[in-house]
Unconditional design. Structure first.
Length: 218
């Protein structure tokens, strides 16, 4: 009489590689968001993903590689969300407002992803911090393009190009800080957050593109 063969869930149900990798990365983001990079355990990632540790190593590498994959994937997802949210058919201020709404919408829908990117990747050291630097640089470039394009339309290209990138960096930093604050105040609607930041920053941007510059009196 043939002996029954007990098969593990992994062997009984073979999934396409991309599906399995997503399953592992989703679990890893959850675990890393809870504990940070250094304190997170691969055993917990294995438990949450429902796969063996050897499978994780085979698909995505050891802990350092896995965290790098998480940071890179969530960075790309965030940037894609912001780019998709910017409407090219509206004035620059409305483009920025839609982009901010998309950014905060991503944070709302992917809280764990934002915690990994903003709270853990920077403190984990290199090469992870470099990924966040690249993410911020791309975000600054997006905002700076909106500001400069608005100034160029008004014939103030040189003045705006000189200060536009620095002001864009300030806005990106403010957006990140507000998102971090929002983690503890999730009842504030996405649109309200975006409006707060527009009122804080765009009035200054608008003065810049209009040619008005504040200077100290003493």
């Amino acid at each position: 009489m043939a002996q029954d063969v007990q098969r593990s869930p992994e062997r009984a149900k073979r999934l396409p590689r991309e599906v399995r990798e997503k399953q592992i990365l989703d679990a890893a983001v959850t675990v890393f968001s809870r504990h940070g990079y250094h304190a997170a355990a691969m055993d917990e990632v294995s438990d949450v993903a429902g796969v063996s540790k050897p499978m994780i190593y085979s698909y995505l590498g050891a802990k350092e590689d896995l965290f790098a994959h998480c940071v890179r994937r969530e960075s790309n997802r965030l940037l894609d969300a912001v780019r998709d949210g910017i409407r090219p058919d509206v004035p620059p201020d409305m483009q920025l407002w839609h982009g901010l709404r998309a950014f905060y919408g991503f944070v709302a829908d992917h809280r764990e992803s934002w915690i990994v990117l903003h709270r853990h990747a920077l403190t984990a050291g290199q090469p992870f911090a470099a990924e966040i630097t690249t993410l911020r640089s791309t975000a600054v470039e997006l905002v700076s393009t909106l500001v400069v394009s608005a100034g160029v339309r008004k014939g103030l290209g040189e003045q705006v190009e000189f200060s536009g990138e620095g002001m864009a960096a300030a806005l990106v930093g403010a957006a990140e800080s507000l998102a971090d604050w929002w983690l503890d105040h999730p009842d504030v609607p996405v649109g309200v957050l975006a409006s707060w930041l527009m009122n804080l920053t765009w009035l200054g941007f608008n003065d810049l593109v209009e040619g008005a510059v504040w200077r100290p009196t003493e």
